[in-house]
Structure formats: C-alpha cells, structure tokens
Design a protein. Structure first.
Length: 312
C-alpha cells in the first residue's frame, strides 16, 4: 500500500485538484492522509467532506505546529503503507504515477524513486510549462545542484523514512534536500524515473523578489550549510571527487552572487575559512546587468549547456 500525505494550509480553493489526482490513480492500494496545519479558511470542511465520501481510505488529522515538515511528519506517524508519497496541496499526480513508480521501486529494490516533474506557472496571464531537470549521472551532484527531484515527484519507502526520522521540523528551508542527504548517508538506494508523472503548480515566490532581506539570507544560509555538510561527509568517506568539490564551490558562489550577497564577507563570516575555488570564466563583474548575463552562462557551463541549475 501507498500512504499519500498532503499537508493542508488554507487550501480550500485548490486542494480539490490534488485529492482528485489521488482518487484517479490507476494504482488502487492507497490511503490518503490529509493533515490540516492551522488553516483559518474552509480547508477543514473540505477535507472532512472527502473523508465522508471515502471512509476507510481517506483520513483527516490536525497538526498544531506550523510548517509543512511538521504536518508531513504527523502524516508519517499514522501511515500504514509500505510506500509513502508526499503531495503538496497545490500539485497533482498523473494517473499512472503510483503504479509505475511502485513497480520500478519493487523491481530495483529501491528505497526512493526520484521522479521527473513539469512546472506549471502563470506568466502574463498565460500558463507556461517547463521540465524540472534531473541529474542522473552522479546522485551526489544531483543533490548538490538541487536536481534530485521535488517533493511531489518522489516516492519513498516508509522503512527508510522511519530510519532517518522523517523531516527536520527545525529547518525553515531546504528541508527536502536535507532529508535526501540523510537518506543517502544512511545507505538508501535511489533510482531515477525520468518520465513525467507529476505537475508542480508554481507561484512566483522568487526569494530575490522578497522584500524581507533577512528571510532571504536565512534561506541562503540553509542552502550553503547543506552543501558544506555534503562536502564534509564526502570528505569523510573519501568520495569527494574534484568534480563534486567544484560543483559545491560553484553552487555556493552562484547562489551568493545571484542574490547580491558579498562573497568575500560571506566567506569570512560563514564559510569557516573556506575559499571558493571558481574558474576565471565564472567570475562575475560588479555590474548587476552583466552579473545576470554571466550567471546564465555559468549555469549552462556547470551542466554542459543542457541543464539549468535549480536554487530551490
């Protein structure tokens, strides 16, 4: 069985889409755990209506601690399935998502299936679709560059989630990749599913546009800290290749420049003396206009001109 967990916060106007995508799965061995996380709109009534329509298969829970990680952990604590599918309330699963990924996971004896996804975004009144890329050549580089899937596109074995104790509720960002990192450290086996079976409905939440500068810096700090932890772990197990090391340095460098954070100051205060080793061709000018242009060129260079570095 697959336990599908949806954290729900003020989502009465769109959670129908996510729930309908679960009910429409070709794979029928599932339970749906809806976790209301302090909603103040009509979310609770919507969730209860689905529970009444599907007794014994859809369940509603409450989580008082704020944040999706706490809601997801609440669902995990009640999950009875062998597999766990997290689904954000504004996303949707394509009909064969569970069936095909459970089959793949079973055949490969995997702990985690990293699926592909299409981003659906409203721009200038028009819906635009783009593929969220995966990096399958090296799972560690995929982790470093945030190209190892996104929450709603991944299928987990519950046993591995229990082993790593689920989501870190203390983190305010990078929770998803932190959990993936802990899963890999614990020896979890990952398989990549390049087929698109998930739609991610994206809103314009770019942190570079967030007026709260301190919030942005905290998000950047979490991203950078995770990469430093990855580098330390790979060093300890003698698997820090030159390519992986370069990717970590470049990711941090581009993350700082892309969000107008002074690299030298950051190095001296938050990188524990680490000096970023960046090829000359990736060094950016002081002009923000040139910086944006060079960032795009740098990102293409990072992944052979074929993939876009995600900074989520």
């Amino acid at each position: 069985m697959v336990s599908i967990i949806i954290p729900c916060y003020n989502c009465e106007s769109f959670v129908h889409r996510a729930i309908a995508s679960v009910i429409g799965q070709t794979y029928r061995e599932w339970e749906l755990l809806l976790v209301n996380n302090n909603s103040v709109d009509g979310t609770q009534q919507v969730l209860e209506s689905y529970q009444k329509q599907n007794p014994g298969q859809i369940f509603v829970f409450q989580e008082g601690k704020k944040g999706a990680p706490a809601a997801r952990n609440k669902g995990l604590s009640h999950a009875k399935g062998k597999w766990v599918q997290y689904l954000d309330a504004d996303d949707e699963l394509l009909p064969e998502k569970l069936e095909q990924q459970v089959q793949l996971a079973e055949s490969e004896n995997a702990d985690c299936v990293i699926g592909n996804a299409t981003l659906v975004e409203l721009k200038a009144g028009k819906l635009e679709h783009s593929l969220r890329p995966l990096y399958k050549k090296d799972i560690w580089i995929g982790l470093i560059t945030s190209q190892m899937g996104i929450t709603s596109a991944i299928l987990w074995k519950k046993k591995i989630l229990d082993k790593i104790k689920g989501w870190n509720e203390e983190l305010t960002s990078s929770q998803e990749y932190d959990m993936m990192f802990r899963m890999l450290k614990s020896g979890g086996k990952v398989v990549i599913d390049e087929h698109v079976k998930t739609l991610i409905h994206k809103t314009d939440s770019s942190i570079s546009k967030d007026p709260d500068r301190s919030k942005m810096v905290r998000i950047i700090d979490n991203r950078v800290k995770l990469r430093l932890q990855i580098m330390e772990h790979l060093t300890n197990i003698n698997e820090l290749t030159e390519e992986r090391k370069a990717m970590i340095h470049r990711y941090i460098y581009l993350e700082l420049y892309g969000n107008k954070i002074d690299v030298k100051e950051y190095q001296s205060t938050k990188l524990n003396g680490l000096v970023l080793e960046i090829p000359l061709k990736l060094r950016l000018s002081n002009s923000w206009k040139d910086t944006k242009k060079n960032i795009k060129a740098g990102l293409k260079s990072l992944l052979a001109g074929k993939r876009k570095l995600a900074t989520e």
